[in-house]
Design a protein around this ligand. Structure first.
Ligand code: TLP
Length: 338
């Protein structure tokens, strides 16, 4: 099967499996797992942040971060199709007890002019306090679009003016860094915290890392424990995570190139998509009948999911080579014409 459903389907590399087998471990709830500690120090340093915490998943990372930034009755602004709002089991409400305030972005990107009217005044007892702005980078529903540094700088200045923190759902932030040709720290300079997934394009089997200030990280650790995320000998997982974080980012450019090739092929086949909007490894294709296309592709050995009404999604990753792209386009041609 050619699996374009997501970059979450990547399996650990041989090098990761070997590192996992020989990882030094200890009880991480006591802070004694040397491999987890090394991963946390490595990610924090790359982000230019004081501390980091290893989490079981991107969802746990985001939700622990929200819990650490906000409390019951607070309000959290996020983009209207953000993962933290749409796909995390209403964790903002259910776990933190806060209220999400969705704002429509421009191709997933929030900007000061869009946000300003949503910031609550401090002196009105009727209204909740705006505690946090969540930015998704890259933005999944917006087809992998990323924030340009000047866009981040604008939101950061506005948030600072109002005393509001920024959390970045950086599940795919390494895709953004590679596309922008900047270091991770150039992006994280504009946010108070970030959650980075190791198990998407970077290929680790499990895990995400949340980074931020030391006091924030201590609260994340507490929130993570309350969700059952104190993972004991988690160095087995962190060993793969270290290889993912240190060695798997550079090759993401190949995924971006193949996503562009898939998109260009779809355009040539008559699908109505904007090639310029395909910036990283996600291709969202508008189609009147995404269920039919998805089922017909499956019958030909290609997996691609319907992604909301009237569109399907294809995500490139290191399990997808040039032949897989060509094969997929060949089958799409047959399906579209048939
Ligand atoms: N996204 C998954 C699905 O849940 C939609 C996917 O296949 O793309 N932030 C972003 C931006 C994500 O896209 C995802 C996963 C997460 C967080 C959550 O990561 P996990 O699945 O590790 O909890």
């Amino acid at each position: 099967m050619i699996d374009l459903r997501s970059d979450t389907v990547t399996v650990p590399t041989e090098k990761m499996r070997l590192a996992m087998a020989s990882a030094q471990v200890g009880d991480d709830v006591y802070g004694e797992d040397p491999t987890v500690n090394l991963l946390e120090r490595t990610v924090a340093a790359s982000c230019g942040m004081e501390a980091a915490v290893f989490a079981a998943s991107g969802t746990m990372g985001n939700q622990a971060a929200v819990m650490a930034h906000a409390g019951r009755g607070d309000e959290i602004i996020c983009e209207e199709s953000a993962h933290v709002f749409l796909y995390e089991g209403a964790g903002i409400a259910g776990l933190t007890g806060a209220q999400a305030r969705p704002v429509k972005g421009r191709s997933g990107v929030l900007a000061p002019d869009l946000l300003e009217g949503y910031i609550r005044p401090l002196n009105d007892v009727h209204q909740p306090l705006t505690k946090l702005i969540c930015l998704e980078n890259t933005h999944n529903h917006a087809g992998g679009n990323y924030y340009r540094l000047e866009e981040l700088s604008g939101v950061a200045a506005m948030a600072r003016k109002h005393g509001i923190k920024i959390h970045m759902d950086g599940a795919r932030v390494m895709n953004a860094a590679i596309a922008l040709k900047v270091k991770l720290s150039a992006i994280t300079a504009y946010v108070d915290s970030i959650s980075i997934c190791l198990s998407k394009g970077l290929g680790a089997p499990v895990g995400a890392v949340v980074a931020g200030a030391a006091d924030f990280a201590a609260r994340v650790r507490r929130a993570r424990k309350s969700m059952g995320g104190g993972m004991r000998q988690a160095g087995i997982l962190a060993a793969a995570g270290l290889i993912a974080f240190n060695e798997m980012a550079d090759r993401l450019e190949d995924d971006h190139r193949r996503a562009r090739a898939l998109a260009a092929g779809c355009l040539a086949l008559g699908f109505d998509l904007d090639l310029a909007a395909v910036k990283t490894n996600i291709v969202i294709v508008p189609a009147a009948d995404p269920d039919r296309i998805s089922a017909a592709l499956k019958a030909e050995g290609v997996l691609a999911n319907k992604f909301g009404a009237g569109r399907f999604r294809m995500v490139t990753h290191y399990g997808i080579d040039d032949n897989a792209v060509d094969y997929t386009l060949e089958k799409l041609k047959k399906i579209k014409n048939g």
